[in-house]
Ligand binder design. Structure first.
Ligand code: ATP
Length: 252
């Protein structure tokens, strides 16, 4: 049986837009399992990013419970949430947020040094991860502006992995990349997942979504259905068709 890593119960998130309250998440329930590559889909504005930020402790829910293993993080203050994120989570965004004034290696080490002071060990791990995502030594001392979009996103993935997070959250990680770079980044993420990394990703894109083994569909602030796709197999047309049929049924 799959082990649950994260569970949210009766999750609500509302924003006040002037005198009007907008209820984005409405008593939403969700479970995330260890080792899964979970994708959250839904139409624009359905609350996907809001859900991702609440689940990952980047933002606080208005109401509801979020349980990370045996820890209830829903009532944590900002300091405790920051510690939680640093200890357990890795983040990959559409905008890479690399520091332009630092080399590739320093961008990664700065994240690692928040957790350990063993610089030598960190550097070794960073080198291993950079190699694993297909970036060679030539890249280590480059600055972000000297990288292609795909290379920069792979650096961001290494930075997300440097502290061995139990779970990686990704918000449209390929949204700003051309098709080839997007495929490279997705290959890295698929490989990470095949090695056991739990991933929760938000995307609009079917090509990206079909890498996941579990697709959740968000509508009007709740998860209305899910699809189990099994582990990704390259070139599997049936998988693509199954996902398309599911999304059509959802009214996507
Ligand atoms: N900080 C905020 N303040 C007020 N409203 C917000 C805030 N963040 C999000 N919203 C609103 O909540 C709704 C859901 O936003 P969210 O970004 O979660 O949707 P999404 O499904 O990720 O959309 P998209 O696919 O277009 O990125 C939107 O109507 C948005 O305007």
């Amino acid at each position: 049986m799959m082990k649950q890593i994260l569970e949210a119960t009766n999750l609500c998130k509302s924003y006040s837009n002037g005198s009007v309250m907008q209820h984005v998440l409405r008593n939403l329930n969700i479970q995330i399992y260890e080792g899964d590559f979970t994708v959250i889909m839904g139409s624009s504005g359905s609350g996907k990013s809001t859900l991702l930020y609440a689940l990952s402790g980047m933002d606080k829910p208005t109401l509801g419970n979020i349980q990370y293993r045996n820890e209830d993080i829903s009532n944590y203050n900002n300091d405790k949430l920051a510690v939680f994120r640093r200890k357990h989570c890795g983040f990959i965004f559409q905008q890479m947020y690399l520091n332009d004034t630092m080399s590739v290696m320093d961008n990664i080490l700065v994240s690692g040094l928040l957790v350990t002071k063993d610089r030598k060990e960190l550097k070794k791990k960073a080198e291993e991860l950079l190699q694993a995502v297909g970036l060679n030594e030539e890249c280590y001392h480059k600055f972000p502006s000297q990288l292609s979009g795909g290379e920069a996103q792979r650096v961001a993935i290494v930075r997300a992995l440097i502290n061995s997070p139990e779970i990686v959250f990704a918000d449209e990680p390929t949204g700003a990349l051309n098709s080839q770079n997007a495929t490279n980044v997705l290959d890295v993420m698929t490989d990470m997942n095949a090695k056991g990394q739990s991933i929760v990703m938000v995307t609009h894109d079917m090509k990206t979504a079909r890498r996941a083994n579990r697709i959740l569909y968000l509508k009007d602030g709740i998860i209305i259905d899910e699809l189990n796709l099994g582990m990704y197999i390259k070139g599997d047309q049936e998988r693509h068709d199954t996902l398309r049929t599911f999304l059509e049924k959802m009214g996507w």
